[in-house]
Design a protein around this ligand. Structure first.
Ligand code: AMP
Length: 212
């Protein structure tokens, strides 16, 4: 099963991809996570990406296509994968196809801008293990300390309100055209999230059962 998760930053792609990964035994390939790891480890890719990420802009395609093509060669991708955060533009979608990526389905997780702004301003991330919390809906039992590893929780630099506005603008201008792109290919499933995480999950499960 080869899937793409579409949706604005903070739409819940990470949350949903975790349960799909667990149910189908396929890895989630998150370009955002790969880039954050590269920045943390101060690799060449990390040094190139940091400026764009901090500004809420897209990292140049050559950097992104380089990291995803390497990741796709790893053996755990043989039986399928979930792409989370890529493609972000129609050009990236076309590049993936040139690399031989033939997806079964693109799942578009629809969330209003208002919800996203609220969600991201209350998102906290563990600087050590990467676990994500939300101060209202999914708080750590230890306040601003990660209850998994004990490290301090922080706000992602790109979750600061001004950067979120830029990220949403970037999403609407550069990533939203992908919805139409996959609809025209007959591969789009639109998921409505207004009824909450569990209902969203059920809708995704139903869509995936149709692909099995
Ligand atoms: P995310 O965690 O998916 O929201 O990604 C965080 C940041 O990483 C984005 O705001 C971009 O700066 C960068 N990024 C992640 N994936 C891509 C991509 N496919 N193309 C360009 N930039 C990306």
């Amino acid at each position: 099963m080869r899937l793409i998760l579409l949706g604005a930053p903070g739409a819940g792609k990470g949350t949903q991809s975790k349960f799909i990964s667990a149910k189908y035994g396929i890895p989630t390939l998150s370009t955002g996570d790969m880039l954050r790891a590269a920045v943390k480890n101060e690799t060449e890719v990390g040094k190139k990406a940091k400026y764009y990420m901090d500004a809420g802009l897209l990292v140049p395609d050559d950097v992104i296509m380089g990291i995803i093509s390497e990741r796709l060669k790893e053996p755990d991708c043989a039986d399928g994968y979930i792409l989370d955060g890529i493609p972000r533009t129609v050009v990236q979608a076309e590049e993936l196809e040139k690399m031989g990526v033939d997806i079964d389905c693109a799942i578009d997780i629809e969330v209003s801008d208002e919800t996203i702004i609220n969600r991201l301003s209350k998102r906290r991330i563990c600087g050590n293990c990467g676990t994500i919390f939300h101060i209202d809906h999914n708080p750590s039992t230890k306040g601003d300390i990660c209850d998994k590893c004990g490290a301090k929780l922080t706000i992602r630099k790109d979750d600061e309100p001004e950067t979120v506005k830029i990220r949403l603008k970037t999403y609407h201008e550069q990533s939203e055209p992908l919805i139409d792109y996959y609809a025209k290919k007959g591969k789009l499933v639109v998921i409505d999230t207004v009824k909450g995480i569990d209902e969203t999950k059920q809708q995704i499960l139903k869509a995936l059962e149709g692909l099995e």
